[in-house]
Design a protein around this ligand. Structure first.
Ligand code: NAD
Length: 473
């Protein structure tokens, strides 16, 4: 079998017939029902049939069922009709309005009904609920284990709090005994959905048990061997966050465009260069939740761009929201510290980030300044910040540049400690604002009872520790 052959359209631009290329006997492959034959469902039916799976599509709309049954695409989507026609002629695609029957006839059910916006702006769950009830009724009369794969975009928690209870109530069966559940978000782009199916940007599976995870991963193996496994709620959230990110990218680019046009710079010249930076711009960098941004550049330049837009009377609401959102993150940190009012607070990390002594617009200083105003006791350590004649000049700069921090600058030489241990020995709560190995070690081996406020995600695996508190996790 060659994935290269499978993933390429033939010279005529239609999709290469691949079913025979899939390893294994067709009869051993699970059969799949797809509930909801819209953009997502129709593509799934066609593409999985093309890989040799027996597919049964189900929809409440008769016209869609008739269309799929006749190998005619119900939507405009390149390559779809060829695959549907091929699947129907090979006897691998059927469609029905009898949703329950489609479930009874198959081993796996993909759920891809619509989840439109509800009147209150949330997610309307009525189609998901109705489809889950149909699946449940079908499973009541079906022997053996069944796998349900949720493909709709829904708020985190929906699969376990809506789909599973509906299926359990209607079937009388128990999750992970009578049936398993996966959440498998759909990332296809309309217009190039068939191509995306065979070349997915990623395949994500959140599963209720390892058997369900393995069963679904096996279905996808031919198109993607490197499936990303996560929790069900994680998988649900991934889909939402992906789309918010894509929307943020479009909006960002359009604000750049409006501003560039006003200042007579070619926005495409700027963004063509911007996108070539895969180290800082288009990369995981800056994309992990943590503490607020600060330093000598980001806040200053964001303010400058906001000012520029205002001067040219260009509206840039996304840019304008950045400083306000950053301030909220500092307030979030402060809220966490205030939960321990009256306790002795210790800070590990003072400069605006690791490996620098630059105090300019350091968010940790904002926390300290607030505590100082509230007469809260605190100490601090930063290996790059020892009080000497040079740091005193630094403090002088801060006193003038950030007048609201002037009192703190006077106090800082007094609260700075020479070592991590000096801070930990004299605090009840430690606030960590830099991700360093010596801080990680110190936190793991700290005296029992010291509360930890982690602003930087010190540990990939969250500690099982009631005294540990993360800012955004
Ligand atoms: N369209 C996309 O590009 C895309 C991409 C990723 C994820 N999604 C998500 O996938 C889901 C489906 O999207 P879509 O665009 O295919 O929706 P769609 O509205 O095109 O199709 C949904 C289908 O479900 C059918 N349906 C509704 N209730 C039913 C029921 N009880 N039983 C059987 N069929 C029923 C409808 O008749 C309709 O044909 C949504 O949650 C959507 O957010 C869509």
């Amino acid at each position: 079998m060659s994935n290269a052959v499978m993933k390429q359209p033939d010279s005529g631009g239609t999709w290469v017939h691949t079913g025979d290329l899939v390893a294994g006997d067709i009869n051993l492959r699970p059969s799949i029902s797809v509930i909801g034959l819209g953009y997502v469902g129709a593509v799934s039916v066609a593409c999985f049939a093309n890989l040799g799976f027996r597919m049964v599509g189900a929809d409440v709309v008769e016209a869609k069922v008739e269309s799929i049954s006749n190998g005619v695409s119900p939507i405009v989507e390149e390559g779809l009709e060829t695959l549907l026609r091929d699947g129907v002629s090979r006897g691998l695609i059927e469609a029905t309005t009898d949703v329950e029957e489609s479930v009874r006839q198959t081993d796996i059910t993909f759920l891809s009904v619509g989840t439109p916006t509800a009147a209150d702006g949330g997610c309307d769950m009525k189609y998901v609920r109705a489809a889950a009830q149909s699946i449940g009724r079908a499973l009541k009369d079906k022997d053996g284990y069944h796998l349900i794969v949720m493909r709709c975009s829904v708020p985190p928690g929906t699969t376990m709090s809506v789909v599973v209870p509906e299926v359990e109530a209607a079937s009388g069966k128990e999750l992970d005994v009578g049936f398993g559940v996966c959440f498998n978000p759909e990332f296809l782009r309309e217009g190039v959905a068939v191509n995306d199916f065979y070349n997915p940007p990623k395949t994500v599976i959140g599963a209720s048990n390892p058997r369900a995870a393995a069963q679904l991963a096996a279905v996808y193996r031919v198109v993607d061997e490197k499936v990303l496994m996560c929790s069900i709620t994680g998988a649900e959230m991934v889909k939402y966050i992906d789309n918010v990110w894509h929307a943020a990218k479009v909006t960002f680019a359009n604000e750049v465009g409006r501003l560039c046009k006003a200042v007579e710079v070619d926005s495409h010249e700027v963004m063509n260069i911007f996108v070539q930076d895969t180290k800082l711009n288009l990369s995981p960098y800056y994309l992990k939740p943590g503490f607020a941004f600060g330093g000598s550049c980001l806040p200053k330049e964001v303010r400058a761009v906001e000012h520029l837009a205002e001067a040219y009377q260009i509206k840039t609401p996304l840019f304008d929201s950045l400083m306000a959102s950053n301030k909220l993150q500092i307030e979030e940190g402060l809220k966490m510290v205030r939960r321990f009012a009256g306790k002795r607070i210790g800070f590990l990390g003072v400069a605006f980030k690791c490996d620098t002594d630059d105090l300019r617009e350091s968010p940790a200083l904002e926390l300290m300044a607030a505590l100082l105003q509230e007469d809260q006791q605190f100490s601090a350590f930063d290996p790059n910040l020892r009080v000497s004649s040079s740091t005193r000049s630094h403090f002088e700069y801060m006193r003038h540049a950030r007048p609201h921090l002037a009192n703190l600058m006077d106090k800082l030489p007094e609260v700075l400690r020479p070592s991590i241990d000096d801070v930990l020995d004299s605090c009840d709560v430690v606030v960590v604002s830099h991700a360093r190995d010596d801080y990680r070690r110190a936190i793991l081996h700290r005296r029992k009872g010291i509360q930890v406020i982690d602003l930087v995600r010190l540990f990939a695996e969250l500690p099982d520790d009631p005294d540990y508190h993360g800012i955004s996790w």
